[in-house]
Design a protein around this ligand. Structure first.
Ligand code: GDP
Ligand code: GDP
Length: 435
């Protein structure tokens, strides 16, 4: 699990510019692998060997030019609920505006770690102008220029300084952690109720790694598992709006804490952009995924209704199509058992380790028969492969000229791995390395 840093602030202070700078390096690596729609407001960052997530909260508000203060207030509030660290951005060119004051007022009451970045300090002269931001009552600040990068290194040093060292967690015998995610009204609470009963037969409450996340342990249908419950889910009633921002923010935290994301989709609405985004969040975090198409009782069914629905989802999430899709009704409890059974299988798949000798036996033969296409008259030969000792399935293939291997071949290799070993519901990472 990595810490979540939320960038807040009024429009035009440079939040998205800063966001892009923070995620840049890593993004390039991840995106060449994943074909799924990108979310421009959520990304992973790494500094001094520590990984964290960054959310540009402003990016989720549409028409940000004439934004209402009320909108910003809600945005900040949600960031406070869901993030571990708040990064408040202000603009030295404009100085303090009433909206900055309004945001600062909320932030002054917050107990979470807070960093104030005075942006657009492109030169030393402007650094002097930044002093006025002491008046916001938030203490010290960092002067940065998101455009030319100055000061951002020091800011990152300070941020990662308070991020805990990655723990060598997840002992082998730990229970699966499931997060039930999806857009508002998809039926998440109904599914959870159908699964664990209205009585919420709680075995133990385990305080999560942060004060805002609580895993609750359940024993149902012979399966033991933890459900990830986040502050955002518990405070559900507080925000009613069907805003993308809210469901994505909630999903981010829940997904980061889980092993398997159970994505609940409303069958009467289809698999839409927002569902796709939540799916993508899980994929990007290398979590296991199960898609539950809920409210199946409401759908008028003909012979091919299920098949067509399923095909549409797979087309949308391609190329990562090796995903269980289950049609359920939280209301009538149809296939609830199947849903949880599948989630447990995906959890097991995610832990699967393939012996190096077996892997080489299987894969090298395939790759000899179908080698990567020759580039610039050079033949590429894969000599050896192994699964890396990571929490999620990652494979290294060693070749003479790994730099010439293109994405289509990577997908070919991934498909072959999936044909031979059960990695259903689990993102696979493949590296080609020099040998
Ligand atoms: P957001 O609405 O807070 O996400 O702000 P944007 O990132 O879209 O930036 C708003 C404007 O400020 C854009 O024109 C940026 O190019 C500009 N900007 C962002 N950071 C800097 C900076 O460090 N220096 C200068 N001079 N301009 C910046
Ligand atoms: P959440 O916002 O994702 O937690 O969604 P809820 O569980 O609150 O459900 C939203 C609405 O859909 C409620 O009115 C539920 O009664 C209804 N609902 C949920 N699951 C089903 C289902 O399987 N079938 C039908 N007919 N209605 C459902």
């Amino acid at each position: 699990m990595s810490s979540i840093v939320a960038i807040v602030g009024r429009p035009n202070v440079g939040k998205s510019t800063l966001f892009n700078r923070l995620i840049k390096r890593r993004e390039a690596i991840v995106d060449s692998v994943s074909g799924v729609t990108r979310d421009r407001h959520y990304g992973k960052s790494e500094w001094n060997g520590k990984e964290f997530s960054v959310i540009d909260t402003g990016g989720y508000v549409v028409g940000s030019d004439d934004i209402f203060e009320e909108e910003i207030r809600k945005q900040v509030q949600l960031a406070l609920d869901e993030a571990d660290i708040i990064l408040f951005v202000v603009d030295v060119e404009q100085g303090i505006t009433p909206m900055d004051e309004a945001v600062a007022k909320i932030l002054r009451q917050v107990e979470k770690p807070l960093f104030m970045a005075v942006n657009k300090v492109d030169n030393a002269m402007r650094a002097a102008d930044a002093v006025e931001f002491y008046n916001l009552g938030l203490g010290d600040y960092h002067t940065i220029s998101s455009v030319n990068g100055s000061g951002t290194g020091d800011l990152l040093d300070a941020i990662v300084d308070i991020i805990p060292e990655p723990v060598e967690d997840e002992q082998e015998n730990e229970l699966p952690r499931f997060a039930v995610v999806g857009r508002p009204n998809a039926g998440k609470s109904s599914f959870i109720n159908a699964l664990i009963g209205e009585d919420r037969n709680i075995v133990t409450n385990i305080a999560g790694t942060t004060r805002d996340s609580i895993d609750t342990k359940y024993n149902r249908f012979g399966f033991e598992f933890n459900l990830v419950d986040t502050a955002g889910i518990r405070k559900k009633s507080k925000v009613k709006e069907d805003l993308e921002f809210y469901s994505v923010m909630r999903a981010v935290r829940a997904i980061e804490h889980c092993d398997v994301a159970v994505v609940v989709v409303d069958a009467t609405r289809g698999f839409e952009g927002q569902d796709e985004k939540i799916f993508w969040l899980a994929e990007k975090n290398r979590k296991g995924i199960v898609i539950l198409v809920n409210k199946w009782d409401l759908v008028e069914k003909e012979t091919n209704t299920m098949r067509d629905f399923e095909r549409k989802i797979r087309e949308t999430v391609a190329p990562f199509t090796d995903i269980p899709i289950i049609f359920i009704s939280a209301l009538t409890k149809q296939r609830i058992f199947k849903a949880i059974e599948t989630a447990v299988e995906v959890f097991e798949n995610r832990k699967r380790k393939i012996q190096t000798s077996k892997l080489n036996e299987t894969m090298l033969e395939i790759m000899q028969q179908t080698p990567p296409p020759a580039t610039k008259g050079k033949f590429i030969k894969i000599k050896y492969c192994m699964q890396l000792p990571t929490h999620t399935p990652q494979f290294a293939f060693f070749a003479n000229l790994p730099q010439y291997i293109k994405d289509p071949y990577r997908r070919f290799v991934e498909n072959k791995l999936r044909e031979h070993y059960d990695f259903t519901g689990v993102p696979i990472t493949i590296y080609f390395r020099q040998k």
